[in-house]
Design a protein around this ligand. Structure first.
Ligand SMILES: N[C@@H](CCC(=O)N[C@@H](CS)C(=O)NCC(=O)O)C(=O)O
Length: 298
C-alpha cells in the first residue's frame, strides 16, 4: 500500500503539503508580537467563520435576539492562513493558537475563554440561556455538547483533511474516516428521529455546537461531500438542519467573520447590529452596479 517506513524519531523536515500545510507546525507559542484590536463592546471575539467560529457567532446573535444587551460584541477577523493565530495577543488568550477566542471585558479582571465548547458553556451560564436548568435535560445537553467536541475532529481533521485538503487522494484514510463520519451522521439521525432538538424539545448550546459542522455537512456546505456521503439519506438530520438554518440569528451568525465563499454571505467584522443592514445595502448596490455594467449601462 505504501513504501513509507517511519524513522526512529520523527523530525520536522518539510511541509507535509496540502491546503493549510504552511500554518502547521509541531511547536506552540507566539511567532510574532502583535496586540489584538479592542472595540467598545463587553465581549471581544477573535475568530473566523469556520464551523468552530460559527458556533460562537450564532450563540451571540441568539443571545442578542433574546434581548441580552450584555452580549453585544465586536468580532475581529483572524486570518489563520496568514498566521494571525500565532500573534502574541492571540496566544495570550488562547495558548492553543486556534480560533475562536473570546475576551470578556465586562468582568474584573477580564476573562479570556478558548475552545468553542467552553465559550458556549461560558456564555450560556453568564446569560442563563440555551442551557436547561433541570438536571436531566442539562446533562443531556452537555452530553451532546461534549459529543460534538469529541467527534468533529474525525470529521474535520480526519475526513475533511483527507477528502478535501490532502495533496493526494489516499483510499485508506478516506475510507476510514468516511465510515466514521457516516456512523456519526447515523447517530444524529437516529437521535433526531424522536427528538426535535439535540437535548429534547428546546433549542440549546448542543444544537448550536453541532449545527455548524453536521448541518453544514448535510447541506453540502463543507468539503463538497454531500453526494459522496449520501447525506440526503439522513432525513432527520436534514429536517433539524433546515429548522435551525431558518432562525434569523443562525443566518446572521454564519455571516460574521466570513472571508470566503459567496460575497453576499460575508460580514468580515461585526461591531454593531446595523452592520448586517449596511452589508446587505452595500451588496445590493454592488450587484446593481455590476448588472448595470454587464448590460452596458453606465
Ligand atoms: N477544539 C477547538 C478547535 C479549534 C480549531 O481547530 N480552529 C481552527 C479553525 S476551525 C484553527 O484555528 N486552525 C488554525 C491552526 O490550526 O493553526 C475548538 O473547538 O475551539
Amino acid at each position: 500500500m505504501s513504501d513509507y517506513t517511519p524513522p526512529k524519531v520523527w523530525t520536522w523536515d518539510s511541509e507535509s503539503g496540502g491546503k493549510f500545510a504552511n500554518i502547521n507546525r509541531p511547536i506552540a507559542g507566539a511567532t510574532h508580537d502583535k496586540e489584538l484590536p479592542v472595540g467598545a463592546h463587553p465581549l471581544q471575539l477573535y475568530s473566523l467563520a469556520t464551523p468552530n467560529g460559527v458556533k460562537v457567532t450564532v450563540m451571540l446573535e441568539e443571545l442578542l435576539a433574546l434581548g441580552h444587551a450584555g452580549a453585544e460584541y465586536d468580532a475581529w477577523l483572524i486570518d489563520i492562513g496568514a498566521g494571525d493565530q500565532f500573534g502574541s495577543g492571540f496566544v495570550a488568550i488562547n495558548p492553543n493558537s486556534k480560533i475562536p477566542a473570546l475576551m470578556d471585558n465586562s468582568t474584573t479582571p477580564p476573562t479570556p475563554v478558548f475552545e468553542s465548547g467552553a465559550i458556549l458553556l461560558y456564555l450560556a451560564e453568564k446569560f442563563d440561556a440555551f442551557l436547561p436548568h433541570e438536571h436531566g435535560a442539562r446533562t443531556r445537553c452537555l452530553s451532546w455538547l461534549f459529543w460534538q467536541m469529541g467527534s468533529a475532529p474525525y470529521l474535520g481533521g480526519g475526513f475533511g483533511h483527507f477528502y478535501a485538503y490532502a495533496p493526494v487522494k489516499l483510499e485508506y484514510p478516506i475510507n476510514r474516516f468516511a465510515m466514521e463520519v457516516k456512523r456519526q451522521l447515523d447517530v444524529l439521525d437516529r437521535h433526531l428521529s424522536d427528538s426535535e432538538y439535540m437535548a429534547g424539545d428546546d433549542y440549546t448550546i448542543a444544537d448550536i455546537a453541532i449545527w455548524p459542522w453536521y448541518g453544514a455537512l448535510a447541506a453540502g456546505k463543507v468539503y463538497d461531500a454531500a453526494e459522496f456521503l449520501d447525506t440526503a439519506s439522513y432525513k432527520n438530520v436534514l429536517r433539524w438542519t433546515n429548522q435551525i438554518a431558518a432562525r434569523p440569528a443562525a443566518k446572521r451568525g454564519r455571516m460574521v467573520n466570513r472571508s470566503f465563499g459567496e460575497l453576499s454571505d460575508q460580514l468580515r467584522e461585526r461591531h454593531d447590529a446595523r452592520d448586517f443592514e449596511t452589508m446587505t445595502q452595500d451588496k445590493v448596490e454592488a450587484r446593481a452596479e455590476r448588472s448595470g455594467q454587464d448590460s452596458g449601462q453606465s
